[in-house]
Design a protein around this ligand. Structure first.
Ligand code: SAH
Ligand code: F3S
Length: 484
């Protein structure tokens, strides 16, 4: 497929043109996790071969697709509101077709088609290659649905169309699905069983990004540390693999080592790490390579062993803290972030205090914190009453957020006086006289535009000041990562 990247005058945002001669217009929108944003790039690529180029203008779209999230009730409500807006436009433009993709499509299946005819097409996360057939059905006036989950699909053979890209950073999916069955989580039901993508196709995708000038890749999966390639098939079937397959299998530490070595002038990140699957080999590979960013997103959900067990998290409070201690020992400059759930069923005040004390111990740079939201069909919904009153959940959540904000400021302040390596991504949102990018630890850095620096350059920035989330400084020259 022909894909052309055109840089606009400021070298700021990139207009991605999918295919010459395409006349139909696709408006595609994503909610939820990074994986959804990455999947939408695969969908855009499949549809570019069906005559569709993307548009940013909803009113002119022939086809509107919304890639949806089911993780919390609020996420689903947001999508429902958006569907109402699409339908208002559809009344004026009846030719416009609307499709629901992703986790809500998988969870609600044909309910979408039955309910007041709000959509024409329902497509689950493993069925995007069926989009051309489904579109034909829609064109012939039938409702179209495919929510079959796959054991093999990784979309490894599809070259994603980079949407809304800054031309510098990109996501590359390495695993799909999740086998962990945390009792609160809908993902194993909406995204199916865990499978890993062929490392060769991962390398090819990164090569293509490198050739287009991209400088940073985030390897994506619900649980990247569980990555295991042995020639195809589900992670859970690895035991049944042949001796040859087992001997040549590639795990996450090996994959990370391979990408870092092969592309020394690119920077790598990964997300998400599940504590039970994160092994010291991965930390050691991170320590060995300058171009693997020193940042780990390590969700914990609760600081109480009793609650962790009820969540089926497969590790205790102490095991998690030991892992964190080991990470700080091997990579002292690391930054960590957490996901936390306040008010899981049966959570006591003491459990909540355990969460706060674990946070103090772990000294997270960032956090993503949520009130528990019961999800239909999950084990927690079936077995445990959602018994923590909303006021209590929200009060605990506020305490968690306040502590995180206090820690974030302290953590960010540690960079003052240091010189950090920054990959310039774009102009600062607040000022067109400043560049912005992130340091290795994933903290946003802003500095005045001086010299000839441009997006995609690696520069050293001397930090002079900060807010809780942003470092402020001055560029002092290119870094060793810069290609001349
Ligand atoms: N492994 C995944 C986790 C996806 S869900 C990843 O790649 O990030 C992201 C976060 O949403 C979880 O870590 C959890 O903190 C939160 N979450 C999941 N289910 C939830 C629920 N039912 N209620 C509240 N928060 C939830
Ligand atoms: Fe969900 Fe737990 Fe997997 S949070 S995505 S079931 S690791």
């Amino acid at each position: 497929m022909e894909k052309i990247i055109e840089e606009n005058k400021q070298g700021q945002s990139l207009v991605l043109k999918q295919k010459d001669g395409n006349s139909k217009k696709l408006f595609i929108e994503s909610y939820g996790c990074q994986m959804n944003f990455s999947d939408s790039e695969i969908v855009a690529s499949i549809l570019a071969n069906e005559g569709y180029n993307t548009t940013q203008n909803l009113e002119e779209a022939d086809l509107v697709l919304v890639n949806t999230c089911s993780i919390r009730d609020k996420a689903e409500q947001t999508v429902r509101k958006r569907l109402d807006q699409y339908n208002a436009i559809k009344k004026i433009n009846p030719g416009m077709k609307v499709g629901v993709l992703g986790c809500m499509a998988e969870r609600l299946k044909s309910k979408f088609l039955e309910e007041e005819k709000i959509v024409d097409m329902v497509v689950g996360p493993d069925a995007y290659k069926d989009l051309p057939n489904l579109l034909k059905e829609v064109d012939e006036g039938r409702d179209a649905i495919n929510v079959i989950l796959s054991k093999e699909e990784t979309y490894g053979d599809i070259a994603p169309v980079r949407l809304n890209s800054n031309g510098v950073t990109a996501f590359v999916s390495i695993t799909r699905g999740c086998d962990n069955m945390c009792t609160f989580c809908v993902v194993p039901f909406t995204r199916g069983r865990e499978r890993s993508r062929d490392p060769q196709s991962i390398m090819e995708e990164i090569t293509s990004l490198y050739e287009k000038g991209f400088k940073e890749v985030t390897l994506l999966g619900q649980n990247v540390d569980s990555y295991l390639w042995y020639g195809g098939g589900l992670k859970k079937d690895f035991e049944k693999a042949s001796e040859m397959q087992k001997a040549t299998a590639v795990d996450f530490a090996q994959l990370l080592d391979m990408v870092a070595k092969t592309f020394p002038k690119m920077r790598f990140r990964f997300s998400t790490s599940n504590p039970q699957d994160m092994h010291l080999e991965v930390i050691e590979v991170m320590a060995k390579h300058h171009n693997i960013c020193k940042y780990i997103h390590l969700p914990v959900q609760s600081g109480s062993t009793r609650v962790l067990e009820a969540m089926n998290r497969q590790h205790t409070r102490e095991e998690y803290m030991e892992l964190v201690d080991n990470i700080y020992r091997i990579i002292p400059e690391i930054s960590l972030s957490q996901d936390m759930i306040a008010g899981f069923p049966t959570e006591t005040e003491e459990d909540h205090q355990d969460t706060l004390s674990l946070m103090e111990h772990c000294k997270y740079d960032f956090g993503f914190m949520f009130a528990y939201s019961e999800r239909p069909g999950t084990l927690a919904a079936r077995k445990l009453e959602d018994d923590i009153p909303a006021e209590v959940k929200n009060r605990r959540l506020t305490e968690i957020i306040n502590l995180q904000q206090k820690m974030a400021l302290e953590r960010t302040q540690r960079f003052i006086g240091q010189t950090v390596e920054v990959l310039i991504e774009k102009e600062s949102k607040r000022s067109n006289e400043h560049w912005s990018g992130r340091n290795s630890q994933n903290t946003m850095v802003v500095f005045p535009k001086e010299g000839n620096y441009k997006p995609g350059d690696f520069v050293n920035v001397k930090i002079t000041d900060c807010t809780s989330a942003t470092l402020i400084g001055d560029a002092v020259g290119y870094s060793e990562m810069q290609t001349v």
